[in-house]
Unconditional design. Sequence first.
Length: 56
Amino acid sequence: MTYALEIQIEELRAELGNAWDAGERRQIKVELECAQAELAVIMAEQDGRLEAEPPF
């Protein structure tokens, strides 16, 4: 899962570098930020810094 997400992040970065339209750039930035946040959560769960289960 993380490998596919890392690939998606790299592809979004490349798209962002090639985007000329301001609307398209905003959309790509949002997608990139969401993918980066998702990866950060997954990595935190794997490292034990974040519990995937609720505490109750």
